[in-house]
Write a protein that binds this ligand. Structure first.
Ligand code: NAI
Ligand code: X2X
Ligand code: MG
Ligand code: MG
Length: 347
């Protein structure tokens, strides 16, 4: 464990160099890891574990698309691929990677298989933190741990295949065996994390729900829409409005922020842009602080969890969601994007 100074604040970080894949294999050598759910995180984590030499089985509802995907990825029915409860029974570490709503429905069946000494693993603090709404209260004689990759399961897998990695946060909620810490670090490294940041279940879910509703997804989608709309209303063509709102951001400026930070991106723009952006930055910050505070309150009160659970419990949920995404896809903004993306010069 290394202590790293993040802009003046000291935090504990586990590095792959200190907790190697070899060490993870050693910690997990007598464990059977059951990955339950084969949606987005399931495949990424299960395949990385398998490639890292860990004994892994997959649990998934038979006949579903995810089951077919598991077969296509080389998991074999009756040997490494089972129905949910069978996999939970066979596993000593149960990785609960069902959707957060699916975890509620599957909980009673899963709980029966969580016998003394096993470990229950999550990639989100959702189920346990909002237990009043989810009913997920683990028995006291098992370990309960979390490794939450900070990104999509798809990137977790593709970065692993490139020999890189995604970073994750980790937490121990309950240590019944005395081995919870070793187990969680071994799992974190074995699923392909580069570095592991220490957190708690509650902090993980509060920050994750705020982040995805805020800057990472909700706010960025909203502010793109707002600026595109204003430029269009002021007489700019769709391509011009799109280029100045999305294309230049994702293709030119965002990668500069990713590589060397915000001041570096600013420094590589004109002095005209820098002057204006420095002046306007504060107005956008101040306008959004109240919205972000409302959002955080809504997360902490459990209202966001309630909305997700309620929405997911409706039978036509997937269809409704797909209609909303289609609406987004078919908007003038994103239809313009479709065409603009085709015009990216290739070598
Ligand atoms: N999508 C991502 O990349 C990330 C997800 N997470 C967390 O990882 C966990 C898994 O998320 P995803 O992979 O996105 O889930 P997902 O939405 O892809 O669903 C995973 C699986 O759950 C199964 N499932 C859904 N409802 C079910 C039910 N009622 N009974 C039985 N099985 C059911 C589906 O068949 C699917 O295979 C969640 O806790 C999520 O918050 C964490 C970081 C990123
Ligand atoms: C990919 C991720 O970490 C998110 C956005 O929080 C999620 O999919 O829930
Ligand atoms: Mg996240
Ligand atoms: Mg999330």
């Amino acid at each position: 464990m290394a202590t790293i100074n993040f802009g003046g604040v000291l935090e504990n970080v586990v590095k792959r160099e200190e907790f190697s894949v070899k060490k993870a294999q050693d910690v997990l050598k007598n464990e059977t890891v059951a990955v339950i759910g084969y949606g987005v995180q399931g495949p990424g984590q299960a395949l990385n574990l398998r490639d890292n030499g860990i004994s892994v089985i997959v649990g998934q509802r038979k006949g579903t698309n995810s089951w077919k995907k598991a077969l296509a990825d080389g998991w074999e029915e009756g040997r490494t691929l089972f129905e949910l409860e069978t996999a939970c029974k066979k596993g000593t570490i149960i990785m609960n990677l069902l959707s957060d709503a699916g975890q509620i429905q599957a909980w009673d069946g899963m709980k029966k298989q969580l016998t003394k000494g096993k470990a229950l693993y999550f990639s989100h603090g959702f189920g346990v933190t909002f237990h009043k709404k989810t009913g997920i209260v683990p028995p006291p004689d098992i370990d309960v741990v979390l490794v939450a990759p900070k990104g999509s399961g798809t990137s977790l897998r593709s970065l692993f295949l490139k020999g890189q990695g995604l970073n994750s946060s980790y937490a121990v909620f309950q240590d019944a065996t005395g081995k919870a810490q070793q187990r969680v670090l071994a799992l974190g490294i074995a699923i392909g994390s580069g570095y592991l940041f220490e957190t708690t279940f509650q902090k993980e879910v509060y920050s994750d729900l705020t982040g995805e509703r805020g800057v990472l997804m909700g706010a960025i989608a909203g502010i793109f829409e707002a600026q595109f709309k204003v430029l269009r209303q002021r007489g700019h063509s769709p391509s011009e409005a799109f280029n100045e709102t999305v294309e230049e951001f994702t293709q030119s400026l965002m990668p500069l922020i990713a590589d060397n930070g915000m001041d570096w991106m600013f420094a590589n723009c004109s002095t005209t842009a820098q002057r204006g952006a420095l002046d306007w930055k504060g107005k956008f910050r101040d306008a959004t602080i109240p919205v972000l505070n409302n959002l955080y309150d809504s997360v902490v009160s459990g209202k966001e969890a309630e909305i997700v659970i309620e929405a997911n419990s409706q039978a036509n949920y997937r269809t409704k969601l797909e209609a909303e995404l289609a609406n987004m896809r078919n908007s003038e903004l994103w239809q313009t994007g479709l065409e603009v993306r085709k015009l990216r010069p290739k070598k």
